[in-house]
Ligand binder design. Structure first.
Ligand code: VG1
Ligand code: CO
Length: 541
């Protein structure tokens, strides 16, 4: 018997990147099944199709993979390509979908959210282009979850996923592949591995913190095995179901071990970290932290030094809250720069249409059209290749960049797990006052305009409304506020702060000090601390 009666679960609405919930919610009988069946239904079924499947190794991932395999078999899929051990980083999954011409893929991850029996789990569907399902598809999935009455799943013993090779599950082929090989080969095609081997051979030192998450095996293979970096360059390299208790989010708060090392007396030349599913990156030089918005701008300005981009960039794109540093580079390069809502799914159309080759978000996400996801290790290799080609360190590259383009001082302040009603009331109130803010003064800053961001996709014309509040001040400073769409508890408010300093003076200030007037004006206008009772943000990037 393959058909099983079921009833809808509430709240199976995919957020910024897939469906994320507390693990025990996902482990309820029928919960995962309902969501997966709704996904299959929303894409017109999977009969005869080939899917890619894998995840970041977090708790419940292996069981979820078995469940999905049995459902894919019951729904008539022809083949599922699975990473060995049910492991695949998000960019590696995107690559496999594209390289193997698969019809789509399922990624088992809650990305940068912690994992474990009482932490977070998630499922995301990616399309045949290798990118996250666009809003029309996630809306169809959600609609289906609200009316589902049955799902299909065969009864069979678990498939062995610990060895590479093919087997059958009913009529369906299960193909277990090395999760790392194809991805590492692709990196070898994009980057100048000979120059990078030379860099490490000459004694360049690096620390890669994989945060007990999925990039460990990839980073060991690429940096230590293929590029000859010394053993031990990669730390926390073993993926663990609970990420060893770490919060696998590569920012200064959660990657504090790496930060301490990079700011200390024994700092290596270069440091980097990745998140749970391997699509994020943090770049740190000796004594210098690179903000993700600046990283995107530096990569754009220097991409031509990397073999894979030697002919130049088609265009660039950034999410709306990301700083305008890359916009200045785009002007200098004479290429288009697009501004999209938060979330990688909005870049897919631009890349597919050949309008952009490089995309980035302030949330430690950078990537290019080599796949359709952001790609943590790719970004690290971009930096290494740029360092090798220019013969300069991170601090020098940053100083040089700011001297040429000026500096967009930037920081994000997160207030986590706020009571949802308090957060909604605060932003609802701000929405009501947006019109009247224009021309008002606060902390010596004059509000030039204030609005709620809405995006019309230039390729397919689809419209996404309510994508964050923007308050622009005269002189080019701004604050953006929006609620997170990846959290699993309460509401997380993200406050994005930016101020442009053209230079040549004032390029080396502390960002929190440089942004102090904007931080104070935001408090005066929005009243975050006053309304939430919080003393300050939980995370500062
Ligand atoms: C966050 C980031 C966003 C990113 C998303 C998924 O979303 O702000 O830029 O694309 O996470 O990243 P939100 O809605 O919480 O702000 V990942 O590495 O968690 O897939
Ligand atoms: Co991620």
């Amino acid at each position: 018997m393959t058909a099983h009666a079921t009833q809808p679960f509430e709240g199976q609405k995919p957020g910024t990147s897939g469906l994320r919930k507390k693990t025990p919610i996902f482990m309820q009988p029928g919960y995962l099944e309902n969501f997966v069946q709704s996904t299959f239904d929303a894409i017109d079924g999977v009969v005869g199709k080939t899917l890619v499947l894998g995840g970041d190794g977090r708790y419940f991932g292996a069981e979820a993979a078995q469940c999905i395999l049995k459902m894919a078999a019951a729904n008539g899929a022809a083949r599922v390509i699975v990473g060995q051990g049910a492991w695949l980083s998000t960019p590696a999954a995107s690559n496999l979908i594209r390289q193997r011409g698969a019809d789509g893929g399922l990624i088992l991850s809650a990305s940068h959210n912690p994992g474990g029996p009482n932490e977070d789990f998630g499922v995301k569907y990616n399309m045949a282009n290798g990118g996250p399902a666009p809003e029309a598809v996630t809306a169809a999935i959600f609609a289906r979850t609200q009316e589902i009455t049955s799902y299909k799943k065969i009864t069979a013993p678990d498939v062995k996923l610990d060895m590479v090779g093919e087997s059958h599950l009913a009529q369906m082929v299960v193909e277990v592949v090395d999760p790392v090989a194809a991805y590492a080969d692709m990196m070898e095609e994009i980057f100048d591995f000979k120059a990078l081997r030379g860099l490490f051979h000459e004694g360049f030192t690096m620390r890669m913190d994989s945060m007990c998450a999925i990039t460990g095996p990839y980073a060991v293979e690429i940096f230590e095995n293929r590029l000859g970096a010394p053993k031990g360059t990669v730390v926390h390299e073993q993926p663990l179901p609970d990420f060893g208790g770490m919060h696998p989010d590569p920012n200064p708060t959660w990657a504090h071990e790496l930060m301490a090392e990079m700011m200390g007396p024994e700092a290596p030349d270069f440091g980097a970290a990745s998140d749970g599913d391997g699509d994020r990156n943090m770049i740190v030089g000796r004594g210098v932290y690179v903000s993700p918005s600046d990283s995107l701008a530096v990569i754009a300005a220097n991409a031509h030094l990397v073999p894979g981009y030697a002919t130049g960039l088609k265009g660039v794109a950034r999410s709306m809250p990301t700083s305008a540093a890359v916009d200045r580079v785009a002007v200098a390069l004479g290429v288009d720069c697009y501004e999209t809502p938060t979330g990688w799914k909005f870049f897919g159309n631009l890349m597919d249409a050949g309008r952009v080759s490089l995309c980035g978000e302030e949330s430690f996400g950078t990537g290019s059209d080599h796949v359709r996801e952001k790609d943590g290790l790719w970004a690290v290799l971009m930096w290494l290749n740029i360092i090798a080609a220019r013969g300069m360190g991170v601090a020098e590259i940053m100083a040089d960049h700011w001297e040429e383009y000026g500096r967009n001082y930037y920081s994000r302040h997160d207030y986590e797990v706020l009571p949802t009603d308090v957060a909604n009331a605060m932003l609802g109130d701000l929405r009501d006052r947006l019109e009247s803010l224009k021309g008002t003064q606060s902390q010596g800053l004059t509000v030039e305009s204030a609005d709620e961001f809405s995006y019309t996709d230039p390729v397919d014309g689809s419209v996404s409304e309510g994508q964050g509040f923007r308050i622009l001040f005269e002189g080019g400073s701004r604050v953006v506020l929006r609620l997170s769409g990846t959290g699993t508890e309460g509401a997380t408010l993200r406050v994005y702060l930016e101020r442009y300093e053209p230079g040549p003076e004032g390029l080396a200030a502390d960002p929190q000090e440089a942004l102090a007037p904007i931080i104070a004006a935001t408090e005066e206008i929005v009243g975050i601390r006053a309304r939430t009772g919080r003393k300050g943000p939980d995370v500062i990037t």
